[in-house]
Design a protein around this ligand. Structure first.
Ligand code: HEC
Length: 309
C-alpha cells in the first residue's frame, strides 16, 4: 500500500470510535449524490440478474466445453449452417462494453448491431423485442456487471443465400414483428405475466415452434414442437394436447419440471432444455413459474406429433 493511503487508513482507524466520525459517515451515506445512484445501480443489477435467469441464462453465449462465462464462441448448428454466439461480456474491444443503452435496445428489439448490420435470427430478438424498456435496461446493467473477457467473435459459416447478411432484410420483412408485449386486458394479471415470460423473456417459441424452409416460425403451430430445434435438437410439443403435447401435465407438474428438469413420468430433461433450466428457469419464483404454467395450459391444444428424424 502507498504511504499516503496507509496514513489515511491509520487516521480513519484512530477516529473510528468518535461520535462525530460516525455522524460524518452517515451524512456521506445519506447525502452524497453518488450514493443513491450507486444503490439504484445495485438494484438494477439485481433485477437484471433475475431477468437474465428468466431468459434461460443466455446459455448460448457460453461455450459449455471450454468457454468463459458469456464470452461467446459457442457453435450453434442451424439448417442454414453454423453460427457462433457472440461475446456479451462488457469487454470494450471484443464484447459489448462500449454499447450505449440505445445500442443494446436496438440489438435486442430490432435485431440490428451498433454498426447497422442485421443479426441472424438465431439471436432471438424476435422474442426479446417484446421486452419492456425497463427490463432491457436492467438486463443490460446485469450484463455490464459480469467480468469482461477478451475474446474475438468468430464469423458465421452459413450457406447462401440466407447466409448472406443483406438477405436478412427480406427475412425480417416477412417474419419479424417488432414491438413490446401487449397485455390482454380480458385476462388475469397472472396469465399476462405468464404470457410475457413465455413470449418475451423465456423465448420458448424459438425452440418449440417449428419453422418453415426459410427459417420463419409457423405461427399456426405456436409451441407445437419442432424437429429441428437449435443444435438440431428435437423440442417437443408443449401445447395442452393430450396425445401429442403436455395435456396430461398439471400446473404443479409444469412448475416442478421448470424447477428440477423432471417430467411427470420420472424422465429428466436433456440437452438445451436441461441447460435452460439449470442456468435460468429454475431460479424463478414459484409465482412466476406458476404464471408460465397457467399461460401454457390456456393455449389451444394443437395435435402435432414431432418425431426424431
Ligand atoms: C434453447 C431451446 C429451448 C428453449 C428456449 C426452451 N426449450 Fe423447452 N425443450 C427444449 C428441448 C430441446 C427439449 C427436449 C428435452 C428432452 O427431450 O429431454 C425441451 C423440453 C421441454 C419440455 C418437456 C416436454 C415433454 O413432453 O417432454 C417442456 C415442458 C418445455 N421444454 C417447456 C419449455 C418452456 C415453458 C420454455 C420457456 C420458458 C422452454 N421450454 C424453452 C428446448 C428449449
Amino acid at each position: 500500500m502507498e504511504k499516503g493511503s496507509r496514513d489515511f487508513c491509520r487516521l480513519l482507524l484512530m477516529m473510528r470510535g468518535k461520535m462525530w466520525y460516525r455522524l460524518f459517515f452517515l451524512f456521506v451515506l445519506l447525502w452524497s449524490p453518488a450514493c443513491p445512484a450507486l444503490a439504484q445501480e445495485a438494484s438494477a443489477v439485481q433485477r437484471g440478474e433475475y431477468l437474465f435467469r428468466a431468459s434461460g441464462g443466455c446459455g448460448c453465449h457460453t461455450d459449455p466445453k471450454k468457454g468463459a462465462f458469456l464470452a461467446g464462441g459457442r457453435p450453434l448448428k442451424t439448417p442454414f449452417g453454423v453460427v457462433y454466439s457472440t461475446n456479451i461480456t462488457p469487454d470494450p474491444v471484443t464484447g459489448i462494453g462500449r454499447w450505449s443503452d440505445a445500442d443494446f435496445i436496438r440489438a435486442m428489439t430490432e435485431g440490428k448491431g451498433p454498426d447497422g448490420k442485421h443479426y441472424f435470427p438465431v439471436f432471438p430478438y424476435t422474442s426479446f423485442t417484446r421486452m419492456t424498456r425497463q427490463d432491457l435496461l436492467d438486463l443490460k446493467a446485469y450484463l455490464f456487471s459480469v467480468p469482461p473477457i477478451r475474446q474475438e467473435n468468430r464469423a458465421p459459416e452459413l450457406i447462401p443465400p440466407l447466409g448472406w447478411r443483406p438477405a436478412l432484410r427480406g427475412w425480417k420483412w416477412l417474419y419479424f414483428r417488432p414491438g413490446p408485449f401487449q397485455p390482454d386486458p380480458r385476462r388475469s394479471a397472472e396469465w399476462n405475466r405468464g404470457a410475457y415470460l413465455v413470449t418475451a423473456l423465456g423465448h420458448c417459441g424459438e425452440c418449440h415452434t417449428p419453422r418453415n424452409f426459410l427459417g420463419g416460425p409457423k405461427e399456426e403451430l405456436f409451441l407445437a414442437g419442432s424437429v429441428d430445434g437449435p443444435e438440431g435438437q428435437l423440442a417437443p410439443n408443449i401445447t395442452p394436447d393430450e396425445a401429442t403435447g403436455i395435456g396430461t401435465w398439471s400446473i404443479p407438474d409444469i412448475v416442478w419440471f421448470l424447477q428440477t428438469g423432471f417430467k411427470p413420468d420420472g424422465d429428466d430433461a436433456q440437452g438445451l432444455m436441461a441447460e435452460m433450466i439449470e442456468q435460468g428457469y429454475r431460479h424463478l419464483s414459484e409465482a412466476d413459474l406458476t404464471a408460465i404454467a397457467v399461460y401454457l395450459r390456456s393455449l389451444p391444444p394443437i395435435r402435432h406429433k414431432v418425431l426424431a428424424k
